[in-house]
Design a protein around this ligand. Structure first.
Ligand code: HEC
Ligand code: HEC
Ligand code: HEC
Ligand code: HEC
Length: 155
């Protein structure tokens, strides 16, 4: 009897630790799945570790690697501190020709140029880098992450 109680207490403790880790991990990870832009996703959602990227890419220096605003004077995207927003604010379903003649890439192209572009560049420089093949980012196992949110929305 004693032995069983020990096991049960041990297992409950373990599950609390695991659950805690899971919730913490969720906090640190973004699930990128812009169904509002792409409608039905062709590829599985992408897990993006925002804070880890910031840490690895140099803290406050890193923001400009990914974030920018549109500068009318310069007719291009420039980094402005404190103005970091989600990419969907400006990048839509299709590439878009602007009045100034420039083109604002589609959301998919913006992500691929930014994410895959950097991972490839660092790989060429033989530095610590991230994935560049489809399945590594669009990991099938990530489908469950949005099925879960849809379920949560229904309830
Ligand atoms: C470094 C990570 C990364 C890699 C590698 C990558 N993608 Fe993506 N891709 C993204 C992100 C982030 C999005 C935006 C996802 C979203 O909002 O659902 C995206 C969006 C897409 C979309 C539009 C959304 C959808 O699911 O319909 C397609 C299609 C796509 N990728 C296909 C590919 C293919 C094919 C490859 C390999 C040739 C690839 N991607 C490689 C990160 C990546
Ligand atoms: C490696 C790329 C990358 C770096 C570096 C980065 N971000 Fe981001 N950030 C993103 C992406 C991608 C999103 C939006 C994810 C999405 O589309 O759902 C985002 C979202 C955000 C958001 C939320 C915007 C919103 O409205 O949802 C804020 C705020 C933000 N970042 C601030 C920062 C700051 C400040 C830094 C520098 C300390 C930084 N980011 C560094 C890629 C990055
Ligand atoms: C305030 C609007 C705005 C936001 C927010 C925004 N972009 Fe952009 N982005 C633009 C515009 C406008 C261009 C086209 C600039 C040009 O024509 O030179 C652009 C261009 C790009 C390009 C192409 C750069 C090149 O050299 O070809 C990439 C990649 C990109 N954005 C990624 C992102 C990512 C990733 C995010 C989110 C973390 C984001 N953008 C958020 C407006 C925005
Ligand atoms: C400026 C360079 C840069 C950009 C932009 C960038 N990454 Fe990364 N990424 C890295 C580096 C460096 C690592 C390796 C981190 C490590 O393992 O220490 C990484 C690792 C990853 C990994 C592996 C798992 C992890 O989190 O360590 C994924 C997935 C990933 N990146 C997705 C993305 C996506 C999605 C985007 C675009 C929204 C993106 N990255 C943009 C540099 C970049």
């Amino acid at each position: 009897m004693r032995k069983w109680m020990g096991w049960i207490i041990g297992l409950s403790f373990l599950s609390i630790v695991l659950l805690g880790g899971y919730l913490f991990a969720q906090d640190e990870e973004m699930t990128i799945a812009h169904e509002e832009v792409f409608q039905k996703l062709e590829r599985a959602p992408v897990i993006f570790t925002h804070q880890k990227h910031v840490d690895v890419l140099g803290g406050d220096e890193s923001c400009a690697d990914c974030h920018h605003v549109y500068s009318e004077e310069e007719g291009k995207a420039v980094y402005e501190e404190g103005e970091e927003t989600g990419c969907t604010d400006c990048h839509g379903f299709k590439d878009e020709k602007r009045e100034d003649g420039g083109v604002t890439p589609s959301l998919m192209n913006a992500y691929h140029t930014n994410c895959v572009g950097c991972h490839r560049k660092l790989a060429r420089e033989k530095k610590n880098t991230g994935p560049a093949t489809c399945g590594e980012c669009h990991n099938r196992a990530n489908w469950k992450l949005i099925e879960k949110t849809e379920e949560a929305k229904e309830h």
